[in-house]
Design a protein around this ligand. Sequence first.
Ligand code: NDP
Length: 336
Amino acid sequence: TTVFISGATGFIAQETVKQLVQKGYKVIGSVRSAERGDRLKKNLGSDNFTYEIVEDIQKEGSFDEVLKKHPEVTIFLHTASPFHFKATDVENDLLKPAVEGTKNALKAIKEHGPNVKKVVITSSFAAIKKSSGDDDPNLVLTEESWNDITKEQAVKDPFSGYRASKAFAEKAAWEFLEKERPQFVLSTVNPTYVFGPQAFISEIKSELNTSSEVINSIVKAGPNDPLPPTSGFFVDVRDVAKAHLAAFEKKEAEGKRLLVSEGRFVPQQIVDYINKDFSQLKGKIPTGNPGQYPDFNALSKIDNSKTREILGFDFINLETTVKDTVQQILDAGFSR
Ligand code: NDP
């Protein structure tokens, strides 16, 4: 089986490629530069991984040539999409690459990938959760929930822009299926904040990808620095990658949105685990108010029991994901 994966050099994608290759799949990844493609190939050390360059996913027809060249592809995983809050132009930096990138992939598969039977799109919890309601204890978000953000709200700031980019892109994908009735089935993987180690230690830099930076910023912070403002739900990258494989391997996942999330977190918990598990960092990083967490029962909930049943494996817990993330940062020599 040959699997195509867009955005192969991303945080989630690298772990996914690693697991695919370990399981014996042939993998073709799209990357934006030969340099990064070569680095991934070297890290994987396997002839079962090759790459193709797709510089700009939002350009019409961006995936046509690679699919024409590789008729052996039967599975297509679309993970490439901008994930950062640095956009100055929400429309061009976030919405267009997310939405047009997704449409271009699906069009190319329909027209030039006759053997592709299954498509998996990396969507997000951002496509599920509305911006309000977090403090409503009666709100339960499931695989059926949708973020109904509008275009006007989307362009207000980069946070809204990112959340909208994921909601609009996923909506466009399901609409494509409805209208075009292509030869393939679709599943989406909708992760909450993704933590956990990089697939390869060589990927550790002073600044990591957006979600990993939540933990990295604590490791880099001084004892009197404030904790990062980010709280919400989390899941480990190894579980997110496993979910991408299950999304095409398991018949039960066809046509489904997989809401992958282990549970809630607040930065105080992360700080407490780091101080507990890494005595060498004690006194160098913030301590905050140890053990003082909000009442999670007073906040909105996720019920992803359907996803858990389809996947059939337990998710990695917060302490383990924090520990493995920080250990890798220290192993790479980024401790202070
Ligand atoms: P990364 O930033 O590491 O990966 C983003 C990927 O998308 C990279 O492969 C990147 O390519 C590619 N990409 C970004 N912008 C463009 C563009 N304009 N054109 C072509 N390729 C582009 O982050 P993640 O691995 O976390 O993100 C992967 C996917 O997972 C995204 O779809 C994201 O929305 C989704 N997601 C992530 C969550 C998280 O907490 N990490 C949570 C929920 C969803 P390059 O490597 O060349 O930069």
